[in-house]
Design a binder for this molecule. Structure first.
Ligand code: Q9C
Ligand code: ZN
Length: 674
């Protein structure tokens, strides 16, 4: 199963604001036109599957709205201009038009079509480009440019129609989707995550329930996660920090069967509403990080986004990632700002009773305070023009190498590899010479012909990656340690500034990490001898073993990925020793998929010859772009493992901004006075 759907119909551009209203003037037909045109001009639209669009039925609309409200909206096509204005006035920040009811039915229909095509396996994922947006609309009310709640309706539809019991909704729009929150606040089968500009309740829609302590009600307590941004100007680092330290740990623990995104791009740079500073490329990464959940079933649905170039670029970044192209380059990822650290810590603390992944947090009761330095004042008075003057570099193209993966495995294992995987043929004389040179410099002990041949294969794969002929490589080698150092040395001397090595296993990896160009992260169950932590070497150590998936995922999401993103390698080398058990296959596969977000997806996997064929299979599948297998809902991580991880974080945090924590007074508060 593969392929991405793009659901769009020009009809949804056929309504607009008919009178003067400075609040609503940003919501224009152009928003949809520029998004769609950008997808076409970048050749992305042509690569997606298109499906005919339909209006939602009344029955479907009633899944999230009252009969009275539907009947009222149904009358709007027949109202005069004056009557429309009056009708509009009963709601906040929204306008009506004679054709908006028709468009709103199409927006819901498009979203349901997307969900149906994903759920029935016609495509793996997709995006619906719709207007009007949906996440502010409520059972009885239009609100914030929204008429019907597209995503909420589609979630209820998916629950009913496919008997789903766990749906994740990620709302990365810069406004709080209070309509979605209200719809599911008592429902534990729909986990709603929203980040939003809040500024201590001084930003629209000014609701107390948008704060971090809005956790859901009754049975749904814990299944609503609000991350308020109390300052404008949040960056890529803040967004990634929120994903690594809040959303992803919870999402993996929840183990959704379907992921829906309320994809507003008013959270990107240049937006007159959001005033944030995250680049369009970040949406490529946010999308990628969600693509390994729910077997890849991911439905992206447009919400806001009011700067035409920022919006169009962000939509393209999102769709290109859905299609599986290499993830974009991100400029300088580092420490989140203090306000973001504080918000994140508050959310984690308030959710510690609901989520195992936050259980280990020791914190004092949270007190809401409005920090004086957070009151910057004038930002809200900035005009639209000022934000439109902001400039940023246009995202670079993300060309995909013609071959996604090249592999060198023994004949018996060939069947383990996915289709389309290139088998390495003749090795050019140049690489044979190069391999000899490397052996002479780094592996004098390697004397047998077979090993030298294998080294030629590794060199050949690395050269193909360098020349952009191939994106990933997988090689089975006789001795991972000898080959990992050869591979790293060759890469550093020929084309990369930095290499990330991820090793799963207990033995000591003989790698020279002194010059800071190699970051070695070792996932192990035995406490390593000697130095436990220098900048370029870190041990994620699990004294109670790697079978404790909850702890391992926590380490991957909250430690490994943050360090890796900050390190920003030019190549990832994944190394797997022999002694790994079948049990670890799903974790390794997930890790492999997630690491595809680094180094524009360039990975060399070195597997010890004789390792489990299922490992070869899973690695090949993940490197080819298959979503990792589900890990099942994660249980409680073992205390001793978590303590070891926290100790490691304490050692590492001075070097990696994305590992910092603060906000509450606790023994883990990195900013507490000694
Ligand atoms: N600064 C969506 O993004 N408030 N709706 C405007 C003027 C309305 C946003 C206030 C914002 C609604 C889908
Ligand atoms: Zn918005």
């Amino acid at each position: 199963m593969s392929g991405s759907a793009l659901i769009y119909d020009k009809e949804m551009t056929r309504y607009k604001l008919l009178w003067t209203d400075p609040v609503c003037e940003i919501e224009t037909p152009e928003r949809l036109m520029v998004s769609y045109e950008a997808l076409k001009s970048k050749g992305l639209e042509q690569r997606c599957e298109s499906f005919p669009i339909r209006e939602a039925t009344e029955e479907e609309i009633l899944l999230a709205h009252s009969k009275e409200y539907l009947e009222a909206v149904k009358q709007t096509p027949h109202l005069s201009l004056e009557e429309l204005r009056t009708f509009t006035q009963q709601y906040s920040d929204v306008y009506f038009h004679p054709n908006i009811y028709h468009c709103a039915k199409m927006a819901v229909g498009a979203t349901i079509q997307l969900v149906d095509n994903v759920m029935t396996g016609k495509v793996r994922n997709g995006m619906a480009l719709v207007r009007p947006p949906g996440h502010h609309s409520q059972r009885n009310a239009a609100n914030g440019f929204c008429v019907f709640n597209n995503v909420a309706i589609a979630a209820v539809h998916a629950k009913n129609h496919y008997n789903l019991s766990r749906i994740l909704i990620v709302d990365w729009d810069i406004h709080h989707g209070q309509g979605v929150q209200y719809c599911f606040e008592e429902d534990p089968s729909v986990l709603y995550f929203s980040w939003h500009r809040y500024e201590h309740r001084s930003f629209w829609p000014y609701l107390a329930e948008s704060d971090f302590d809005g956790v859901g009600k009754g049975k749904g307590a814990g299944f609503n996660i609000n991350l308020p941004w109390n300052k404008v100007g949040m960056t890529n680092s803040d967004y990634l920090y929120a994903f690594f330290q809040v959303l992803l740990p919870v999402a993996y623990e929840f183990d959704p069967e379907l992921v829906l995104i309320c994809a507003g791009f008013d959270s990107a740079i240049g937006d007159p509403e959001g005033h944030m500073c995250a680049s369009p490329e970040i949406f490529g990464h946010l999308t990628h990080l969600l693509m390994s959940l729910a077997k890849g079933r991911l439905c992206v649905v447009l919400e806001g986004g009011y700067n035409m170039s920022s919006l169009a670029q962000s939509v393209c970044q999102t769709v290109q990632t859905l299609l599986g192209d290499p993830t974009p380059v991100l400029a300088s990822v580092g420490s989140p700002c203090h306000s973001a650290l504080e918000s994140v810590q508050n959310v984690r603390a308030v959710h510690q009773n609901y989520w195992n992944c936050f259980k280990h947090i020791v914190s004092e009761p949270i007190t809401k305070c409005c920090r004086m330095e957070d009151r910057d004042g004038d930002e809200n008075n900035e005009t639209k023009d000022q934000t439109e003057d902001i400039v940023w570099p246009e995202p670079l193209l993300r060309p995909a190498p013609p071959v996604r993966m090249a592999a060198v495995v023994s004949t018996e294992l060939k069947d383990c590899l996915p289709e389309g995987c290139q088998q390495l043929g003749e090795i050019s004389q140049m690489y044979i010479e190069e391999a000899k040179k490397i052996r002479n410099n780094h592996a004098q002990g390697m004397t047998d012909e077979k090993s030298l041949q294998c080294l030629q294969n590794v060199v050949s794969v690395l050269e193909k990656i360098k020349n952009k002929e191939v994106r990933n490589g997988l090689v089975l080698v006789p001795d991972v340690f000898v080959f990992v150092s050869c591979a790293v040395q060759h890469t550093l001397s020929s084309y990369c500034d930095r290499v990330l090595v991820v090793y799963v296993g207990d033995d000591t990896v003989p790698l020279d990490t002194q010059d800071g160009r190699v970051l070695l992260v070792q996932i192990c169950s035995k406490e390593p001898e000697g130095e436990k932590c220098v900048r370029s070497l870190s041990f994620l150590h699990f004294p109670q073993g790697l079978h404790d998936r909850a702890s391992v995922m926590q380490a991957v999401l909250c430690l490994l990925l943050p360090m890796a993103y900050e390190f920003d390698p030019g190549l990832v080398v994944q190394v797997l020793g022999k002694c790994n058990s079948k049990q670890e296959v799903p974790i390794w596969a997930q890790l492999t998929s997630l690491l595809q977000g680094l180094a524009q997806g360039k990975t060399l996997a070195l597997l010890q010859r004789g390792c489990d064929p299922e490992m070869v299979n899973a690695t090949g599948a993940s490197l080819s772009g298959s979503p990792g297998p589900s890990l099942g809902p994660l249980g409680t991580p073992l205390a001793e493992n978590m303590e070891a991880l926290e100790a490691q974080r304490q050692r590492l945090k001075s070097q990696w901004g994305l590992l910092l924590k603060t906000g509450v007074s606790s023994i883990f508060n990195d900013f507490a006075k000694p």
